[in-house]
Design a protein around this ligand. Sequence first.
Ligand SMILES: Cc1ncc(C[n+]2csc(CCOP(=O)(O)OP(=O)(O)O)c2C)c(N)n1
Ligand SMILES: [Mg+2]
Length: 367
Amino acid sequence: MAATSATAPSPPAAGGLPHDQLLELYYWMRLTRSLEERLVNLYRQTKVVGGLFRSLGQEACAVGSAYALRREDVLSPLIRNLGSMLVKGATPVEVLRQYMARGDSPTRGRELNIHFGDVVDRNFVGQISHLGDMVPVMAGVTLSFRMRKQPRVGLVYVGDGATSTGAFHEGINFAAVQRCPLVVVVENNCYAYSTPTDQQCAAERLADKAAGYGVPGVRADGNDVLEVYRVTREAVDRARRGEGVTLLELMTYRRKGHAEHDNQSYVPAGEIDRWARENDPLDRYSKTLTKGQGIGADELSSIDDRVKGEIDRATDEAEASSFPEALDALEGVYADPPRMPVLWYREGVRTAVEKHERPSSWGTHDG
Ligand SMILES: Cc1ncc(C[n+]2csc(CCOP(=O)(O)OP(=O)(O)O)c2C)c(N)n1
Ligand SMILES: [Mg+2]
C-alpha cells in the first residue's frame, strides 16, 4: 500500500496560514456573498428600504485585507467592503436590520445600508459616502495612534474613482508626511459608477500614484484572497513598525451595477460573463484549497451549510424587529430631545408612505 497519510509530508501552508485559518478565509468570503444574495431577495420583496450595493466578484479584496488586522486596529470600510466588516465582527443580523431600517438596527433605522460603525469594541468606523473623505479621517485616526505611541494600525478603502478626488490627495499626503501607521487600499474594480477607470485617470497603474507621496505602492491580484492577505499583512507590519503609509492597488472587477437599480447598460457585451467564468474569487480559492491544500470538498460544503443556517436565523430575527417610532428621529440629535407631538407636516409624510407602500425613490439611493 501507499505510504500512510500520517507520514506523508503535508502540503506547504498557503500564505503561511494553517488549515483552520485557510478555512476561515473561505467562511468569510462565503458569508459575504450569501448575505448579499439574501439582501437581494429582500430588496426584490421591497423589504430593503435604501439602495443595495454588491461586492460580487470582489469579496477577496475586503476579506483578505481585513484578515491582516488585529482587533485593536481600525478599519474604514466603504459600501463594497461588507466582507471586511464581517471579519471585524459586524454580525449578519445587524446588517439585515440596518438594510431593512429596523428600530433596533445599529443606526435605529436612520440609515439604509452599511454606514454604521463601532469604535468602542470592534473598531470599524462609520463611513462617509463622499468619495475619498475617509482618507483624511483615517490620517487623523492613525496620527492619534502615533502620538499616543499605541502599536495600532488603520486601514482605509477607496475605489479607483475616489483616487481622483482632492480629499484622497490631501489625506494620503498628510498621512505620508506624518508617517502615520496607515494602509490605503485602492480597490480597482474597473468602474466608478458608469465610468471606466481609463476615462477618469490617465495613470496606467493607480499604485504609481504612491510615488507622488513618497510611499511604497504595490499592485496585487485582488481576486486571489491569499495574495491580498499577504500584501496587506506586509503593509500592516510595516505600519506597525513605524515605517508609515503603504498604498495597495487591488485589481478586481465589479460584476454588478453600481447598485441594484443600475442595469450596467454601459458595460461591453461579454465582459461580466468572462470575469464570472475565469476569475471568480470564491471559485479560485475553492480550487486552491481542494487541489493545493488537500482540503476536502465536503469541508467546504459544510461551511456553505453553516453559512446558510446562520443567514436564515439572522433573517428571521431581523424580520421580527419593528420599525422605529417617528419621534425616535429626534433622539441623539438634540442634547435634550423635545417631547412635542408630531408636527402636522410630518403626519402628512407618514400618510403618503402608508398610502404608497414603496415611494418611487426608494431603492435608488446612489450612496
Ligand atoms: C464626492 C462624491 N461624488 C459623487 C458621489 C456619488 N458616488 C458614490 S459612489 C460613486 C462611484 C465610486 O466609484 P469608485 O470610487 O471607483 O468606487 P466603487 O463604487 O467602484 O467601489 C459615485 C460617483 C459621492 N458619493 N461623492
Ligand atoms: Mg470603482
